[in-house]
Design a protein around this ligand. Sequence first.
Ligand code: PMT
Length: 390
Amino acid sequence: MSSSPGESSTKWSSDRFFQTQAPPPNLDQISKSTSEFIQRHVAEGRKVVLVTSGGTTVPLEKNVVRFLDNFSAGTRGSASAEYFLSAGYAVIFMSRQHSLAPYTRHYSHTTNPFFDLLADPVSHLPSQEEAGAQDEGDVIRVLPQHVDHLRPVLQAYLNTRQSGLLHTVSFVTVNEYLWLLRALSKLMQPLGRKGMYYLAAAVSDFFIPSTSVPEHKIQSGKGSLVIEMDQVPKVLKPMVEKWAPEGFVVSFKLETDPNLLIPKAVTALERYGHQLVIGNDLNRRKFEVVFVERKNHRTKAERELEASQGDGTIEADEFTSTWMRLGASPEQPSLSSSASATATATSTSTAVPNGGGKGGERELEEDIVRELCRRHDAWIEKEGNSLASS
Ligand code: PMT
């Protein structure tokens, strides 16, 4: 499987990608319903967060039998969406089809099967009151030992449904993900600084251009299979500069070598100019993350203004890294102060005590979201201050 001439050797710009790769067929429909959702919350003055979650696929055939996948169950994104909802945000939850979703994530079909929570309807005898109140056939019962866990989850789910604060959009392929990310980010522009972008999805770095994807199932008769893939254009830069210029953008960095986390996060901040990178190590991601950010974040426009008012040079950025650990005692991790060649990163650590989360287990996402809400409020307030002083 090889690319057509001229496509594999060059790097793809995001413009070229969107000019040549077809949008998902339901893009207009999704854009319409998402736009209505956003308009409603803009009118009500609410903060809105776009949460991306789950992994993207790269199909190897147009009639897909085989595909490559990126690792992500959707745990981070779905748990975070719940905490954003509790914090009063309206949430656009853009996730991989069939990956974990807010509320239902507590009961997957494998790890905590929902049917195992239910009492056998035949052996259950209704009380006299119940029998008088309704036909027993209408009632399905939860086993008493599961009620304490299920009740708050169900209540939160019903509250969210009633309040209309959750809007869900799904993707499967990296192509769909990129088209949707662009469309939804642009639709969120009217929110200005009240829009947050929480990019927890695991996005493929490589794809096969549509002109190079075979129509039918690849036949195995020819022996080994060689696949040539092109690099997916990085969309964070156009997102920060064009699609969501006022938004509060948080990306994630996943590594398996913990020593790479902070330098890679700093590089991403320098390259894309967004507000925050949350670094996580594959094996420690449920217990610790590191927030990497500038000491004094300025938008591109603010930096240009600063340069034009001074001698034309832009002051070098300084970065901080803050570890957040679940159940750890406060400690100063021994981080190098030379996280990148052009930047210094000072580091601190916030420890999170155990207890109190859903089902009695504390989740790191609760603390991640609380910290993000604080930073997002400061970001919104900063605009208020600069408008007042101008
Ligand atoms: O779902 P779980 O099982 O709980 O796992 C959660 C997680 C480990 C997947 C999550 O916490 C995480 O780290 N997600 C980001 C993983 C990733 O794809 O990293 P990356 O280095 O490929 O991308 C970095 C950032 O750039 C991402 O925010 C991504 O949205 C963005 N990106 C990626 C590719 C691309 N073409 N354009 C992008 O903008």
